[in-house]
Ligand binder design. Structure first.
Ligand SMILES: Cc1ncc(COP(=O)(O)O)c(C=O)c1O
Length: 460
């Protein structure tokens, strides 16, 4: 029996709208962060009375907390398809930290090449940019995709790369690169692969063939601040850890240190036990639902969402054609209406939460929008001057296991009304510092005085 959609904690909470009524909040921002699964919240609640220090206490509660932490680590490894091997799961804050951690730990130098792609989130671009390495990029077409052949061409372009760093699914279009075939092609050429699975994790099984995988709990219904980096133990066995400090060492003198073994070597400082326990509970819950149902729901939702948005006159859906299976993500532009205004109106008039802007993926967005060079130069100049009024971008609606087809209907009706329903009920004013719009007037809590509530999408 189908058990999806499944409400998350706080789903449907009433939020105030401009017309003075309250509407049940509808999150279409799952690609950014999700609420907690009830099973995750229950696990955290029942663990809290047992909370204690991990790997640092002789007390009984420390034994229990350490057990819970290690159980969560085991769940993460299982979720990544790594049982029985010699991989380790390192508990960190999120995908961004995991990739920075990996970039530091691989100890690459200026002769090394890292191949990555233009569809990456900044989290999988910037950590490689800071290294002294040479970078090679796989470009995409106007629909935001590339093929295995394009990746192979980049891998074979010159000296053998030290790493292919690639996303398992993009946060902008929901496109799923053929990741297993890409990993196979890279391995055939002796190139290890690091997969950014931040978007993939809540939607599809993680690629068991990848050498390194990272993901975040807050995008998979465990918003308690933990993320995971999985990789072979050998990659972390030598050299300085990313963070130096207590818990990562066996011996310290003022002029000597003996680092301990991974994964603890990579987890200096007191770990986020609650975050790990929550992430482990989310893994168990997703396993209990099962990938068959998760994927079936995802595909039905993605189709309805993308078709519904694409069918609105004056709205252009970015990314792959409708026939392609993607994550439940619809990223779109409205002809003649700034993306920030569409998002503001969805929130203030309809109680619907989406994201707008460039989604921390500037190189990808400018390709999807097909921006001419002059326009790119213009907006970059604006940004250097901290003027965000004319930043190009789009609106992104993204769903998850909590999203129903009725939710899609509500979103599509709201976008249709914004695009075709005539003038907005009030004027909206734009803040040049963030580019966000805010209703003019004094309807609480949408009055000018409440503007500090604005959660700007401006930062990349
Ligand atoms: C594809 C992708 N990679 C990495 C990240 C960064 O994740 P986090 O903010 O949890 O570090 C995100 C976040 O949106 C993402 O979508």
């Amino acid at each position: 029996m189908a058990t999806l959609p499944r409400p998350l904690v706080g789903d449907g909470s009433p939020v105030p709208c401009l017309d003075g009524t309250e509407r049940p909040y509808l999150s279409f921002d799952a690609a950014a962060s999700t609420g907690a699964l009830p099973a995750v919240a229950d696990r955290v609640q029942s663990f809290l009375p047992m909370y204690s220090s991990v790997h640092r206490g002789a007390g009984y509660k420390s034994q229990l907390a350490t057990d819970a932490f290690e159980e969560a680590r085991a769940s993460a490894l299982r979720f990544a398809g790594r049982t029985g091997g010699d991989d380790v799961a390192i508990v960190c804050r999120n995908t961004t930290e995991a990739i920075n951690h990996l970039a530091y730990r691989l100890r690459l130098d200026r002769d090394d090449v890292v191949v990555t792609t233009v569809v990456e989130h900044h989290a999988n671009l910037l950590p490689w940019t800071r290294l002294p390495v040479q970078r090679r990029f796989v470009d995409c077409d106007l629909t935001g995709r590339f093929g295995v052949d394009d990746v192979v061409a980049a891998l074979e372009h010159g000296v053998r790369p030290a790493l292919l760093a690639i996303t398992g699914a993009t946060n902008v279009t929901g496109w799923l690169p053929p990741i297993d075939a890409i990993i196979e092609a890279a391995h055939e050429r002796g190139v290890p692969v690091a997969v950014d699975a931040a978007q993939l994790a809540p939607h599809r099984p993680l690629p068991a063939g990848a050498d390194f995988v990272s993901w975040s709990g807050h995008k998979m219904y465990a918003p308690f601040g933990a993320g995971i980096l999985v990789g072979p133990r050998s990659a972390f066995a030598d050299g300085d850890p990313f963070l130096a400090g207590g818990g990562a060492v066996d011996l310290v003198d003022l002029d000597e240190v003996v680092w301990t073994d991974p994964p603890e070597r990579e987890e200096a400082g007191s770990p986020n036990v609650i975050g790990a326990v929550a992430l482990g509970a989310a893994v168990e819950e997703l396993e209990a639902i099962g990938w068959d149902e998760l994927v079936a729901h995802d595909i039905e939702l993605a189709g309805a969402l993308r078709r519904g948005i694409a069918a609105i006159d004056g709205v252009a859906l970015l990314g792959p054609p409708l026939e392609e299976t993607t994550l439940p993500v619809a990223t779109f532009v409205v002809e003649g209406m700034p993306h920030a205004l569409v998002a503001a109106r969805l929130s203030a008039e309809h109680g619907i939460g989406v994201r707008h802007g460039c989604f921390c993926a500037h190189p990808y967005l400018i390709r999807l929008l097909g921006l001419p060079q002059a326009e790119i130069e213009r907006y970059r100049d604006d940004l250097r001057n901290r003027d965000k009024r004319r930043v190009p971008g789009a609106v992104r609606a993204s769903g998850g296991i909590f999203t129903s087809l009725a939710d899609v209907d509500r979103l599509v009706a709201a976008v249709t009304e914004i695009v075709h329903g005539g003038a907005a009920p009030v004027e909206y004013e734009q803040d040049p510092a963030t580019g966000d719009y805010w209703p003019a007037g004094d309807t609480a809590p949408w009055s000018a005085g409440d503007r500090s509530l604005g959660a700007s999408c401006a930062r990349g």
